[in-house]
Write a protein that binds this ligand. Structure first.
Ligand code: HC0
Length: 576
């Protein structure tokens, strides 16, 4: 342990701790901008400057390690003046569009300017004008607003291992962008949106689908239905002041009705259906010597990463479509027939924690109903924006239930939203289908949690030992695939989710700012996942094959898992 003083307060911390972390542990707030806990520690912005006795000049506390007997000051006139000057210089080259910026009131630069008491900007910057990059179906880059903090570069390179963003040029021409001035659509971007989640300002945002949803809602000829992904319900509340990790499922349903959706359905319903189809596919591959390990394909960022970087594993991907796309295909076929509605009049919206879902819904392989299966994808943030725009007082809403039949779900469908959830849901079903016995303990805790790669094995007689693995975050996916390629691992079934933490940490979720991440005692994705598992525990049904609406769907329409009709509507193939 190391003992130092910060603003006269004695602090003891482990060796290797930075001055910023030590101050934080002592309850002393040092402002930050480029720093992001566990992701970006580069001392680039110079906002976290402090005075260290004996050191020359002010030092960036986020990269300065503590030392025995060190004396630190965090709040002197010269420190305050230096921080102000740094932020004023950034502002001198920043568009003053706060009133219309999508990050207004949720912008770390805006909050910092207020916190430092900046009322005038003493400097004149170049105000360089760059072309916005609106090319991708999921993510838009507005480089004029970029403050060069490089958080997006760090998350894209280190956490996701994708590496399509980097710093180019010099001086006022400096730009964070894909190489060779390409657009995001021209490089191997997976559209996971993790860059948006870490951006402190409005330089990255999702492709807006709210306008097309408003138009549909205002069109009396349209029957507008909505599905909500598992992870949305445990994060939406953050946009309305609820603590991280609060589940607001039934208020969300009420809000969607107030917005004017004709039916409010749940993606968890088709998550249950996915388990029936994908579980049957696993058993078929095991029994008939098909390609193993079977790897999940419901995360579109992961599928795109696999297509770009590991095409040799495409035959391992499950042919089962994602729950979003299964829902879309059924909405304009099964539901249209059952409700006696002309499918051309149905407008199908999904609310997803994911920006890559906007890309997925436009994939040409995923239009099997004969129409666009999903017409618009709103992120959790966009849904919150629409609720606010409609003047709905979210916190005062009553609690309401989903509509039938595609709102009947189980806990297994719900836990899809957290890393390991698809695997756990599959094991709950595969065990019972194979053994014919009731699974007494449905919680497979070995595949839960935030560890990057999780492994487990389960005895399923007469199949024997079934070996499974779970990876979340694409860099972890890469590590796992490399182990497979090197023959260092062998599994029957693998779950991969593109986003760290799984969908609870999706690129379309409410943004947890750098300072908030430091203040929260735990990883925000762990808190959201905990809310999912709590809701799962309270569900009367916790296994996908027990879902009565899914059973009815097979009886009335599909026949059985992997039937001809199931194959047509619910399965697909990915190509190199
Ligand atoms: Fe997910 Fe999904 S669990 S990808 O993370 O499988 O986005 O929440 O909706 O489709 O169900 C996201 C979340 C989904 C899908 C489901 C899967």
């Amino acid at each position: 342990m190391v003992t130092l003083t910060i603003d006269g307060q004695v602090v003891r911390v482990p060796a290797g701790t930075t001055v910023l972390e030590a101050a934080q542990q002592a309850g002393i707030d040092i402002p930050t901008l480029c720093y992001l806990k566990e992701i970006n520690k580069i001392g680039a912005c110079r906002v976290c400057l402090v005075e260290i006795k004996g050191a020359r000049g002010l030092q960036a506390s986020c990269v300065y390690p503590v030392a025995e007997g060190m004396e630190v000051k965090t709040n002197t006139p010269s420190i305050r003046e230096a921080r102000k000057a740094v932020v004023e210089l950034i502002l001198s080259n920043h568009p003053m569009e706060c009133l219309t910026c999508n990050r207004s009131t949720n912008c770390e630069l805006q909050a910092l300017a207020k916190k430092l008491g900046i009322k005038d900007i003493r400097f004149t910057g170049a105000n360089t004008a760059f072309e916005p990059d609106l090319s991708s179906p999921s993510i838009e880059r507005i480089p004029d607003k970029c403050i060069l903090c490089r958080r997006c570069v760090a998350v894209c390179n280190q956490v996701q291992g994708v590496g399509v963003l980097g710093l180019t040029e010099r001086g006022f021409e400096s730009l964070v962008a894909p190489p060779f001035h390409r657009t995001l659509n021209e490089v191997n971007c997976t559209f996971c949106g993790q860059c948006i989640n870490v951006c402190p300002v409005g330089a990255l945002r999702e492709k807006d689908h709210t306008q097309r949803v408003w138009e549909a809602l205002n069109d009396p000829d349209k029957h507008v239905i909505v599905q909500t992904a598992p992870a949305v319900r445990v994060a939406l509340g953050e946009e309305f002041g609820y603590p991280v990790g609060t589940s607001v499922t039934k208020k969300m349903v009420a809000a969607l009705r107030r917005l004017g959706f004709d039916k409010v359905f749940d993606t968890d319903f088709t998550a249950d259906l996915t388990i029936l189809e994908e579980g049957s596919e696993l058993l078929e591959r095991v029994k008939e010597g098909g390609k193993l390990p079977l790897i999940t394909s419901c995360s579109p960022g992961w599928v795109k990463y696999c297509e770009h970087h590991y095409p040799e594993f495409l035959a391992n991907l499950s042919t089962a479509k994602s729950p979003q796309q299964m829902f879309g295909a059924l909405a304009k076929t099964y539901y249209a027939e059952k409700a006696d509605i002309d499918p051309t009049k149905i407008f199908s919206v999904s609310v997803m924690p994911c920006t890559a879902k906007k890309f997925e819904c436009g994939r040409p392989e995923l239009q099997d109903s004969g129409f666009p299966d999903v017409d618009a994808v709103l992120t959790t943030r966009e849904l919150a924006d629409m609720i606010k725009e409609a003047g709905i007082d979210f916190r005062s809403l009553p609690e309401e239930e989903y509509d039938l039949p595609m709102g009947i779900t189980t806990g297994a469908g719900l836990i899809f939203g957290a890393t390991g959830g698809v695997m756990e849901a599959a094991l709950r079903t595969v065990y019972e289908l194979v053994t014919g016995k009731t699974l007494e303990k449905v919680d497979f805790v070995a595949v839960r949690g935030i560890e990057g790669i999780k492994e487990a094995s389960i005895e399923i007689p007469p199949l024997g030992t079934v070996k499974v693995a779970v990876a979340h975050g694409l860099n972890n996916a890469r590590k796992l695939l490399e182990k497979l390629k090197d023959g260092e691992a062998d599994y029957h079934f693998i779950e991969i989710m593109a986003c760290p933490g799984g969908c609870v940490g999706g690129g379309g979720q409410p943004i947890v700012s750098g300072p908030e991440r430091m203040k929260l005692g735990e990883d925000y994705r762990v808190l959201r996942a905990r809310a999912i598992y709590q809701e799962d525990r309270e569900m009367p049904l916790r296994k996908s094959h027990d879902n009565p609406a899914v059973k009815a769907l097979y009886e009335e329409y599909l026949g059985k898992p992997l039937s001809h009709k199931s194959h047509h509507l619910l399965h697909t193939h990915y190509t190199k």
